[in-house]
Ligand binder design. Structure first.
Ligand SMILES: *Cc1c(COP(=O)(O)O)cnc(C)c1O
Length: 386
């Protein structure tokens, strides 16, 4: 039997055709597919603007830059996320502060974030980076209010949640990254995420000003608009210190073709989640699934006591689970620079137990049943596992 991974991309013939067509077109990069992908993505998410980048890490970097984050300034994020959510703060010399997670949703705790902010003088923090962990949307309306009270910006790390939504206080569905609450949101098109580009990312915003800044910083800080002088058709200006964080047209063609299938993928992910929930309900703890939210289910995380043994046992049975994530403050780099000392006991406790099960649209029913069977088999052998 082929190993069962925890996640994988789904590439079909129309994806291949789209890429091949672009390969033989006039533009491999800086061509029309980029804008087409950006417009389609913005429309899908419901944001005014979208900027394609070479990966989400670059997107996070551009996001903190466009918020004007500077050396020594402080930003709050969650300890349970991929390193890049915190690293972007370090890219500009900022300080990463962590607030604990909610022990049921595994999301950055709103209360703990508020406590941390209120324990410091006004102006101490500049922004918050909440993460739609595992695909479960953060209530960004709540965070926006808090951010406004304290003059903070908000960057939503929506890498796990394209197409997910929460329901706001008016009963309206708010898709992750739609720009109604966060200043910016960032998505990833790494193959293990929902939409595969090989490598790729997207930044969304409703602010024209931020949009223009992102476009400029993505491409060396060079512009042909709003120039201070004009010396002719060839002339351009490098107005800021930017980067080459561009996506290629080859990747954008793949992204466009993948985007069309995202809703179907989300449906399938939710079907898989329901099967896990039915099997585990009342027996094994899994991420809380509030019924007013639509979870994009990048991951399906459960908690067990003897996690390492279960990980090994499943691996022996060709089931390759993963751990999401090693808490940020326990990574050697962050240990070395010294994270700010807040109580992160929920995150630490979660990390000792969490394990991400196979979750991807092409996971066959029999394979999922095999996974469930092996989990129960393990727990029966290890009676203390529950
Ligand atoms: C994958 C991921 C990133 C980084 O995405 P890349 O496209 O690989 O740079 C950032 N944040 C989170 C939460 C992620 O899962």
């Amino acid at each position: 039997m082929k190993p069962i991974p925890y996640g994988r991309q789904h590439i079909t013939q129309d994806d291949i055709d789209a890429v091949v067509k672009t390969l033989t077109s006039d533009f491999l990069t800086q061509g029309p597919k980029i804008k087409e992908f950006e417009d389609a993505f913005a429309a899908y998410i419901g944001a005014k603007y979208a900027v394609a980048v070479n990966n989400a890490t670059a997107g996070l970097h551009l996001s903190v830059l466009s918020m004007g984050l500077k050396h020594g300034e402080r930003v709050i994020t969650t300890p349970i996320t991929f390193a890049a959510s915190a690293n972007c703060v370090r890219f500009v010399g900022g300080e990463v502060w962590l607030a604990d997670i909610d022990q049921d949703t595994y999301l950055l705790s709103f209360e703990k974030t508020r406590e941390l902010i209120e324990s410091k003088p006004k102006g101490f923090f500049k922004g918050i980076i909440p993460v739609d962990f595992a695909g479960l949307p953060v209530n960004m309306e709540q965070f926006r209010k808090l951010a406004d009270e304290h003059g903070l910006w908000l960057i939503e790390d929506a890498c796990h949640a394209p197409g997910g939504y929460f329901t706001d206080s008016q009963g309206t569905k708010q898709k992750c990254g739609n720009g109604n609450y966060a200043n910016l949101a960032v998505f990833s098109f790494h193959p293990v995420k929902h939409i595969a580009c090989g490598e790729g990312g997207m930044v969304t915003t409703n602010s024209k000003e931020i949009y223009k800044k992102l476009i400029m910083l993505r491409s060396h800080g060079i512009t042909k608009n709003n120039m201070t002088e004009d010396h002719g058709g060839w002339y351009y200006e490098m107005q800021e210190l930017g980067f080459n964080y561009r996506m290629t047209d080859i990747q954008a063609a793949l992204g466009l073709s993948q985007l069309i299938k995202n809703d179907r993928g989300l449906e399938r992910r939710n079907e898989i989640a329901r099967i896990y929930v039915n099997a585990f309900g009342g027996k094994i703890k899994f991420q809380a699934l509030p019924d007013t939210s639509f979870n994009a289910h990048h991951l399906f995380v459960i908690e067990v006591e003897n996690r390492k043994e279960m990980y090994d046992y499943l691996r022996e049975n060709n089931i390759f689970t993963q751990i999401h994530y090693i808490p940020i403050h326990l990574l050697p780099y962050y240990k070395k620079i010294g994270y700010r000392n807040t109580d992160l006991s929920h995150a630490e406790n979660y990390y000792t137990k969490c394990i991400s099960l196979p979750m991807y649209p092409t996971l066959e029913k029999e394979k999922q049943m095999f996974v469930i069977k092996k989990i129960f088999e393990f727990l029966n052998i290890n009676k203390h596992g529950l």
